[in-house]
Write a protein that binds this ligand. Structure first.
Ligand SMILES: Cc1cc2nc3c(=O)[nH]c(=O)nc-3n(C[C@H](O)[C@H](O)[C@H](O)COP(=O)(O)OP(=O)(O)OC[C@H]3O[C@@H](n4cnc5c(N)ncnc54)[C@H](O)[C@@H]3O)c2cc1C
Length: 370
């Protein structure tokens, strides 16, 4: 990348080149779990200047906005939801906390490789016994001289096995204030990929357990102060939810594309009311996502708005996917039909980065001041 941040127009050009040259040709294979490895996809994004979209130009990133990020994720998800979630995790929860909480030395050491796509990033918060109640996590980080020893199991980790860097939340003391964040490099002794998750959808995205068995992490690789890990995780998820919203908008738009294409070709009789409703909800979801992204770009509080966008957009994409399957029947009964793929891909968006029940709690508590 040049020392100058690319203009929004050029990010749009880079995005459409990436979608047409990399994402679309691989989409069908990704849906079968046979496409590009996640790290190869991230590297291909990096080759087009997109793997460090939210990272500063001085560290090799594009210095772009959250709105650009949302547009990229939407454009990718419109064609391939698996590719979108791989990229979304790398760009947001996997790497943005480095920028927000990293020391100068950590930024210099890690950001250039992440921004170029040479290194893929992952975010490891969830455990078999702690999901929505993330503060209940039990992975331990015990002091060992100038280092820590991390022991525990993380569950449902996207990009697991393909990532070079894992942002791992672990317990240094009891309670919510006793969680710390660590940068753990793939290949560290004691770190291994556990059981892979065979998901109902998103087959091209790798999801697995990450097992830490006394992994030695230098104190210099702790992200933020000891006890700041919960804050790191929540900040990551606020911004991450913009990405999940954008993924859901792209997926919903893809469902409309399927129905419109089948309707125009005369393959199906389209229920106009249903199609119009899907379209209206998709437009609204896009605007809510853009609103949260703009708040993030201006540095304003956006926790509630990111939750509103995530809740509405992901409910919309599931409704759109079900509608597309119904409208494109009976062809959509084939498991390789685009609408069938989207229906299987859509559901997880209501679960990850905080279930939609949790989003409702976040929204209600923000309104009530709790
Ligand atoms: C495909 C996929 C990829 C993922 N990738 C990652 C990743 O990269 N990194 C990572 O750390 N995690 C990841 N996750 C984990 C995801 O964030 C968790 O699944 C999610 O936070 C929910 O946690 P849980 O599965 O333990 O469900 P639980 O918290 O056990 O919840 C089970 C159900 O109970 C509901 N529930 C829980 N508490 C309440 C409450 N107080 N009120 C009302 N309802 C409630 C939930 O909404 C849900 O419906 C991924 C998950 C999936 C499916």
């Amino acid at each position: 990348m040049s020392a100058e941040a690319p203009a929004a127009a050029s990010i749009a050009d880079l995005t459409s080149a990436f979608v047409e040259e990399v994402v679309r040709p691989n989409a069908a294979a990704m849906a079968r779990g046979e496409g590009l490895r996640p790290d190869a996809l991230v590297r291909a994004a990096g080759d087009r200047g997109l793997a460090g979209l939210l990272l500063p130009v001085e560290h090799g990133g594009a210095g772009a906005s959250h709105l650009d990020f949302a547009r990229l994720v939407e454009a990718v998800a419109r064609v391939c939801a698996s590719s979108a979630v791989i990229l979304d995790v790398h760009l947001s929860v996997g790497s943005e906390p480095l920028l927000l909480f990293g020391s100068d030395a950590q930024l210099r050491r890690h950001l250039p490789a992440v921004a170029s796509g040479r290194h893929t990033a992952a975010f490891a918060l969830t455990e078999p016994g702690s999901g929505s109640d993330a503060a209940a996590l039990s992975t331990k980080a015990e002091r060992d001289g100038g280092a820590y020893r991390l022991t525990g199991t993380k569950a449902f980790i996207t990009n697991c096995g393909a990532a070079h860097l894992y942002l791992v939340m672990a317990r240094t003391a009891p309670g919510r204030q006793g969680i710390s964040a660590f940068i753990v490099e793939a290949g560290s002794a004691g770190l291994r990929v556990g059981t892979p998750l065979h998901k109902m959808g998103l087959a091209g995205s790798w999801t697995a357990e990450l097992v830490l068995d006394g992994v030695r992490v230098d104190a210099a690789d702790r992200l933020g102060d000891e006890g700041m890990g919960f804050r790191v995780a929540m900040a990551a998820l606020d911004s991450g939810r913009i990405g999940i919203s954008a993924q859901a908008v792209g997926l919903a738009q893809g469902c409309t594309d399927d129905v419109v294409s089948a309707g125009r070709s005369g393959a199906i009789d389209v229920d106009e009311t249903l199609l119009a409703d899907i379209h209206a909800r998709t437009v609204a979801a896009r605007l809510l996502t853009a609103h949260a992204a703009r708040l993030a770009d201006s540095g304003d509080a956006m926790t509630r708005e990111a939750s509103v966008a995530k809740l509405y957009a992901t409910d919309t994409c599931v409704a759109a996917a079900i509608a597309a399957v119904e409208l494109c029947a009976p062809e959509s009964g084939r498991d390789d039909h685009p609408s069938a793929i989207r229906m299987r891909d859509a559901k997880a968006s209501q679960i990850y980065e905080g279930t939609n029940q949790v989003q409702r709690m976040v929204i209600a508590r923000a309104l009530l001041g709790g």
